[in-house]
Design a binder for this molecule. Structure first.
Ligand code: GRF
Length: 195
């Protein structure tokens, strides 16, 4: 165990581009941290391949209808890894107190919308639709702590507004949003890891 580096566990469900941003930031020294494990809720998540390419242990925990049992099992797997922070980076499963009680002030979530807006799935798509309907002029990205079962809700650690442009495609907006996510997540973790 390297005492100078924070231990991160990253939870993913899909592509894992935010996981990649964390791995790259560790490699270039922007993050005084190492990713000690990746957990995926989906065996087909491409993020598992990213973990494999970097020699990071990974673990698949497929969805289970018994939420409490799932969360207890996940906590039991992560505890011995002694994570400093558990990063939900595109993790599509709600975590209950059966999990969260074991990691107070250690669980961090990334959400592609501003606080109190577009909680839940497809936040970028829903913001895009709202912009097309003239209801909003901007969206954004936030990183927040996860103290309880609130969905995409919790003490905000960082947020950044992303302006929306008339005529921009959803794909183009999504690309800009993901670029902001990658940077904001790494900057937020860097601040936490130096603290
Ligand atoms: C990100 O937009 C994240 O905020 C959202 O799901 C997406 C995951 O992207 N919750 P990736 O798997 O990190 O590429």
């Amino acid at each position: 165990m390297n005492p100078t580096k924070k231990r991160l566990v990253v939870l993913i469900s899909g592509n894992g581009s935010n996981l990649q941003a964390i791995i790259d930031a560790c490699a270039r020294g922007q993050l005084q941290a190492e990713v000690v494990a990746v957990v995926a809720s989906n065996a087909k998540a491409y993020g598992l391949e990213r973990a494999r390419q970097h020699g990071i242990p990974s673990y698949v925990m497929p969805k289970d209808s018994d939420r409490a049992a799932y969360d207890r099992a996940l906590a039991a797997y992560l505890k011995p890894l002694q994570p400093d922070y558990i990063v939900l980076a595109g993790w599509l499963r709600l975590l209950s107190m059966h999990f969260l009680q074991h990691f107070p002030q250690q669980v961090i979530n990334l959400h592609p919308a501003l606080p109190a807006t577009f909680a839940g799935l497809h936040a970028i798509e829903r913001a895009y639709e709202a912009f097309q309907q003239g209801k909003i002029k901007y969206t954004g990205v936030m990183v927040h702590a996860v103290p309880d079962e609130g969905v995409d809700d919790g003490p905000v650690l960082a947020q950044e507004v992303v302006a929306m442009h008339a005529g921009e495609s959803l794909a183009a907006l999504s690309e800009r949003m993901h670029a902001v996510e990658h940077r904001l997540l790494v900057e937020t973790l860097a601040a936490l890891c130096f603290a």
